[in-house]
Structure formats: C-alpha cells, structure tokens
Design a binder for this molecule. Sequence first.
Ligand code: FMN
Length: 215
Amino acid sequence: MSEKISDENFYRFDVAEMPTNEAYRLLIHCVAPRPIAFVSTLSKEGEANLAPFSFFMGGGSNPPSVAFAPNVEVSGKPKDTLLNIQETGEYTINVVSHNILEQMNQASYRYPHGVSEWDKTGLTMAPAKKVRPAHVAESLMAMECKLFQIVHHGTDVGSANYVIGEVVYFHIAKSIMTDGHVDPTLVDYVARMGGRWYTRATREAMFQLERPQDG
Ligand SMILES: Cc1cc2nc3c(=O)[nH]c(=O)nc-3n(C[C@H](O)[C@H](O)[C@H](O)COP(=O)(O)O)c2cc1C
C-alpha cells in the first residue's frame, strides 16, 4: 500500500508513490460506470477474435469516433485484439446488454491463440457491411469501425494503447427502436465499475434531465 496522507475527509494518494496495480484499482472506481466495447476482429490470416474492453468512450460525431484501450498486461504480450487491429485496421464494436453478459465475461478468458471466443461463447456471427469482422447478432447495437490511430501511453505492464477509430456503419436492432429513435429503456445496458462490480441500466434506474434554459 502506498503512503496515505489523511485529513478529516479524504485519504490522499500520490500516483508517483503508488504501485501500478493500486493506481489501476482507484482509476476504475473513478471512471465508472463504463460501457463495454465487445470488440470483434480478424487476424490477417482470417482467425476471428472477440473480447470485451471497458476503457471505452465515444468522441466526435463528424466523423463519429470511438476510442478503447487494449492495454499491456502482466505477460507483457499485446492482446490479440490490438495485434489484429494493427494488422487489418478494421473491427466492430458490439454494445453489451444484459442478454449477453455471461458470454461477454466468458470471452474475456485468455484462450490460447487460435481458439475462437465465438465458438466458446456460442455467439452468432452476423456479416458486417463495410469491414470484414462480423458483428454479434445477439448484440442490440454494433458499430463497424476503421482504425484512425493508435496512441501508446506509458511503459510496461498497465501502459495504455488508445485505439481511436472512425465509425463507418451502425447496426441497430428493430426491437429497441420506437418511432425511429433508439429507446434506451429497452437496451438493458450493462456497465463495469471498480472491483468486480457491474451495473445494469434498467428502466427503473433511468431518468431524463432537461438542460437549463438560462443561467
Ligand atoms: C468487462 C471487462 C472489461 C475489460 N476491459 C478491459 C480494458 O478496457 N482493457 C484491457 O486491456 N482489458 C480489458 N479486459 C480484459 C480483456 O477482455 C482480456 O484481457 C481479454 O483476454 C483480451 O482478449 P484478446 O487477447 O483476445 O484481445 C476486460 C475484461 C472484462 C470482463
């Protein structure tokens, strides 16, 4: 445990004096709840890979862009998802709803190279339109992406690879559309927090908020 400076209301942690894994634990509580990018890729030989990443965000809309971070783990080896995107420049990001929670979790297991998470999870490949990696038929929303840039930040274990991509095609299930718009109360999103905690965006947990009309 790094040294904590305590006062009445806070424990304080200086990152310069913390082990990487402790900083990670705090970071994932601070940046939460996080949506989960369930990323489908192909190696240049055409082997399919599927893995979840919750360091995930949307960015601009012109063009629509997204970033996620397949980071350097203890083995020091790059994750298959990163290697595949470096090789092919293409991927699909599938939105994780409660209906595919178990399969998403299963796909995070470190299977040996060449073992397909599609076979292990029983999820169904649906053809994409503008990229080669399939989208997950059971996922209610998917984005086909082309790589814009990979930004590496840091050194060794825990260092980040920000994969920034441009969304070129959307797949939206008719079952979550009402009057031509996505109805978020029908999506049943799952999101990750710190530790082993997850949350579920049920209809009861949702509310709407209008922007202020004046200062
Ligand atoms: C919900 C969830 C979120 C995850 N988020 C990340 C993440 O943001 N970055 C990361 O490097 N690994 C993350 N992982 C771990 C990867 O899914 C795991 O390392 C996986 O085996 C990578 O697969 P690949 O080597 O086939 O790309 C997450 C796992 C789970 C279950």
